[in-house]
Design a protein around this ligand. Structure first.
Ligand SMILES: [Zn+2]
Length: 480
C-alpha cells in the first residue's frame, strides 16, 4: 500500500432516505415499522391490475424541504417514470421513480468549508422484503417468503457529484445529511435499520491526471464505520491493481462487514437496461412558487445554524457546539433544557459528559431514556441552590435516566439530600482539623489552598452530602 500517495480517490454517494410519512407514496396503506407481515398492504401497493396510484402530497413536501435544506433548485415541472425491473418484492414488476426530471437538482452541502455538490434528489417507491427461510443448503435457504409491508414506502434518492476526496469526508457528508433529514423530521436517519441506505461510487486516478478512473459501486454499507472502512479498502485494492498493471473492472461490489473486504457482485455486462418511460397513470407534477415559499418559511433550524447559535448565543466553544448539534435528538433535547435553565453551560456539560457516556454504552438515543428536559433543568437548579453537590448529582443522573422520577424524589429516596445543619457540619469540621495538624500549619503559614484538602475530608466524612458553601465558611472560621 506504499503507493497510496501517488493516487487520489474520487468518490460519489447515492443515499436513499426512507421518508417518515404515515402512509405510502401512492396509496393510503400505513408505513409503520415492525407490524405483522403483509398487514399494511392494499391492491395498489401489491400491483393488482387496473388500480391507479395517487401521489401522497406529504412526500412532495418532504422532498421540497430536503431540497431547500440542501440548497437545491426546486423543479417547477417534474414527472414520474417507470423503471422496468423484476423485483420479487415489488409485484408490479416496475418501480415508479423519476428519471430525467427529478424534483430537486443542483444543490450542495458545505463540510469543513468545502462544497460537496448534489446532482439531484428524486422521489421513488421502496420494494418490500424477502425473508429467506427453511433449511439452508448449498444453494441457500430452502424457500423465501415475501413481506409487502414496505412495498410502496416513499424514498428520496439523494445523489452527490463525485466531489468527495476521502473516506473520512464521505462519512462526514453522510453524517451531515443524516442530521439534516432528522432536523427536518422527514426521515429518522437510522443506517442500521435501513431508513438511510448508502451506495458509494469510487475510483482512483494518478494525482494530477484529470481523466477519471474506472469506477466501482459498493453496496451494503449499513453503518458510518462500514462506509469509511469499505472505501478505505476499495481505494487500497484499486491502487494495488493499477500498480500491478491490471485494469479496474467496472462492477458492483458488496461490502462484507465481518471480513472487512469487498467482493464482486455483478459486472457491467450484467447491468440492467431499465427502459424508463413516463408513468402514464400519474400526471406531471407542477410545483408552484407559493408552496415552496411557504415551506421555506416553515424550515426548522438546520445543523449549521444550530452550531452558530450555540456558539454566539449560548456561549459554547466550537467543539462543544459541534458535539451537541451532531445528534439531532441531543440538540433538540438541549434546546428544551436551555429554555428552562439559566445555566446552559451546565446543561451542555451534563449532556456531553455522563448522559452521552450512558447512551453510548447502551447504544440508545437520549429519547430512549426516561430523562426529561424538566428533570435535567431541575437537577441543575438543585446544584445551584446548594441542595445537592455535584458529586450527588453524578450519583442520581443514571437513576433519572432509568426511572423517569424527578430529581427531588430521587434525592430524597436515596437519602442524598445535602446536610445543611450547621451544628452537625461544625462537629465534622472540628474533627478533620484536629486530625491534620500538619495541614493546619501550612494553612496558617499562608498556603491557603490547603483548604481544598479539608473540604475533601469533610465531603468524604459526609459521603458528599455536606453543603459546600457552608463547609467552606465553617472551615475558614475554624482555621481563621
Ligand atoms: Zn397500499
Amino acid at each position: 500500500m506504499k503507493n497510496l500517495q501517488k493516487y487520489e480517490p474520487v468518490i460519489g454517494l447515492e443515499i436513499h432516505a426512507q421518508l417518515s410519512t404515515k402512509s405510502k407514496i401512492f396509496c393510503n396503506s400505513a408505513t409503520e415499522f415492525g407490524k405483522e407481515h403483509n398487514s399494511q398492504i392494499c391492491p395498489v401497493c401489491t400491483g393488482y391490475p387496473g388500480v391507479l396510484p395517487v401521489l401522497n402530497k406529504k412526500v412532495v413536501e418532504y422532498a421540497i424541504l430536503t431540497g431547500l435544506a440542501l440548497n437545491c433548485e426546486i423543479a417547477k415541472f417534474s414527472k414520474f417514470d417507470r423503471k422496468h425491473y423484476f423485483y420479487p418484492d415489488l409485484p408490479k414488476n416496475i418501480q415508479i421513480s423519476q428519471y430525467d426530471l427529478p424534483v430537486c437538482k443542483n444543490g450542495h452541502i458545505t463540510i469543513k468549508g468545502r462544497k460537496i455538490r448534489i446532482n439531484r434528489i428524486h422521489m421513488e417507491e421502496d420494494a418490500g422484503k424477502l425473508v429467506h427461510a427453511g433449511a439452508a443448503g448449498l444453494a441457500g435457504s430452502a424457500y423465501s417468503l415475501v413481506d409487502y409491508n414496505r412495498t410502496g414506502t416513499p424514498l428520496l434518492e439523494i445523489v452527490s457529484e463525485a466531489d468527495i476526496t476521502s473516506p473520512e469526508e464521505a462519512r462526514i457528508y453522510t453524517e451531515e445529511l443524516r442530521n439534516t433529514v432528522r432536523y427536518l423530521g422527514v426521515c429518522d436517519g437510522n443506517l442500521e435499520e435501513g431508513s438511510l441506505r448508502c451506495d458509494a461510487n469510487v475510483s482512483v486516478r494518478p494525482i494530477g491526471r484529470e481523466k477519471l478512473g474506472t469506477k466501482v459501486e459498493i453496496k451494503n454499507l449499513n453503518s458510518f464505520r462500514a462506509l469509511q472502512k469499505a472505501l478505505e479498502y476499495e481505494i487500497a485494492r484499486q491502487t494495488d491493481e493499477l500498480e500491478n498493471g491490471n485494469a479496474i473492472i467496472q462492477e458492483t461490489r458488496l461490502w462484507k462487514d465481518d471480513e472487512s473486504i469487498t467482493i464482486s457482485m455483478r459486472t457491467k455486462e450484467e447491468a440492467h437496461d431499465y427502459r424508463y418511460f413516463p408513468e402514464p397513470d400519474l400526471v406531471p407534477l407542477e410545483i408552484d412558487a407559493e408552496w415552496v415559499h411557504r415551506l421555506r418559511e416553515q424550515m426548522p433550524e438546520l445543523p449549521q445554524e444550530k452550531r452558530a447559535r450555540y456558539m454566539e448565543k449560548v456561549g459554547l466553544c466550537e467543539a462543544d457546539a459541534n458535539t451537541i448539534a451532531d445528534s439531532a435528538d441531543t440538540a433538540l433535547f438541549f434546546d428544551r433544557v436551555i429554555s428552562l435553565t439559566l445555566n446552559p453551560r451546565a446543561a451542555a456539560n451534563w449532556l456531553m459528559g455522563d448522559i452521552t457516556a450512558y447512551i453510548k454504552d447502551k447504544k440508545i438515543s437520549i429519547n430512549d431514556t426516561k430523562l426529561t428536559p424538566e428533570s435535567l433543568a431541575g437537577m441543575i437548579e438543585m446544584i445551584e441552590r446548594g441542595k445537592i453537590s455535584n458529586a450527588i448529582a453524578k450519583k442520581i443522573i443514571v437513576p433519572l435516566m432509568e426511572t423517569g422520577d424527578s430529581p427531588e424524589k430521587t434525592v430524597e429516596e436515596k437519602g442524598l439530600l445535602v446536610i445543611s445543619d450547621e451544628g452537625q457540619i461544625l462537629d465534622i469540621v472540628k474533627k478533620v482539623i484536629a486530625d491534620s495538624p500538619g495541614e493546619v500549619e501550612k494553612y496558617k503559614a499562608g498556603k491557603t489552598q490547603v483548604i481544598g484538602f479539608f473540604v475533601g475530608r469533610v465531603m468524604k466524612e459526609t459521603r458528599g452530602k455536606a453543603d459546600p458553601g457552608l463547609v467552606n465558611r465553617l472551615l475558614q472560621q475554624e482555621l481563621g
